[in-house]
Design a protein around this ligand. Structure first.
Ligand SMILES: C[S@@+](CC[C@H](N)C(=O)[O-])C[C@H]1O[C@@H](n2cnc3c(N)ncnc32)[C@H](O)[C@@H]1O
Length: 233
């Protein structure tokens, strides 16, 4: 699905999103908030902020910017901000694949249930690393295919339907992180059914830039980290 179609789909979802996806995605939002470990004054970016269901969980002492491409979703998020008096939150309509922020603008970047929605998730991940400071935290919450052959077959089969609904169902953690300038430090499976994951990553963009490497094999760090984390499960 192209970017314009995704905007349209989520503009339509906005009215009932909280009722349908509010509860089912809640364990991931709770886990992210528990693991956030932000310090007063930290700058936090939430990518694909949606209707703003996570916004009240960030400590008021940090500055939060939420971006999204859907005006409908952002409109709902603005209501949350207003209703809860979240003066530390700013909402901006922006595409995660081409952000207008300067390099190293944020200490923490959170992306909940958005990586499988963004058409070019690699570009978005590179952008997230660019705007996050070196060694900053990057928390990614999403459904990822878990390697079970039966589940994988079903996921592949329903992938065209999911795409029409606005997300893909067949992305694996290793595919997401392959070549990305991130170091995966912890991977946690989430309820319901352990089909969702919290990936706790460190922004390794400086390590990647300074690491000696073969031409054409640019970013091996995350690939090694992803496979070792998967092997340790
Ligand atoms: C499944 S919703 C998740 C919303 C929220 N993070 C949550 O926890 O409920 C995915 C969100 O990502 C947004 N989105 C999709 N593509 C995007 C992009 N390229 N840049 C920024 N946001 C995007 C959608 O508009 C939608 O609000």
């Amino acid at each position: 699905m192209d970017a314009r179609s995704i905007e349209r789909v989520y503009d339509r979802y906005a009215r009932f999103y909280d009722r349908v996806f509010g509860g089912v995605f809640e364990p991931g939002r709770v886990a992210a908030a528990q693991d956030l470990d932000v310090r007063p004054g930290d700058r936090v970016l939430e990518v694909g902020v949606g209707t703003g269901l996570s916004l009240a969980r960030y400590p008021r002492s940090c500055q939060v910017v939420g971006i999204d491409v859907s005006d409908g979703m952002l409109g709902r998020a603005a209501r949350q901000v207003h209703a809860r008096g979240l003066r530390n939150v700013q909402l901006v309509r922006m595409d995660a694949q081409a952000m207008a922020f300067d390099d190293d603008s944020f200490d923490v970047v959170v992306a909940a249930y958005v990586m499988t929605v963004i058409p070019d998730f690699r570009r978005a991940l590179d952008e997230m690393a660019r705007v996050c400071r070196p060694n900053g935290r990057m928390l990614i919450i999403n459904h990822f295919t878990n390697g079970n052959p039966l589940v994988r077959t079903i996921e592949k089969a329903i992938s065209p339907i999911c795409e029409r609904l606005g997300w893909r169902s067949d992305l694996a953690v290793a595919d997401l992180l392959d070549g990305a300038p991130l170091r995966l430090v912890r991977e946690k499976r989430l309820a319901p059914l352990g089909m969702w994951y919290l990936l706790d990553c460190v922004n390794a963009k400086r390590e990647v830039q300074s690491a000696p490497r073969e031409p054409g094999v640019p970013l091996a760090i995350s690939r090694a980290a992803a496979s070792s984390a998967q092997a340790s499960r």
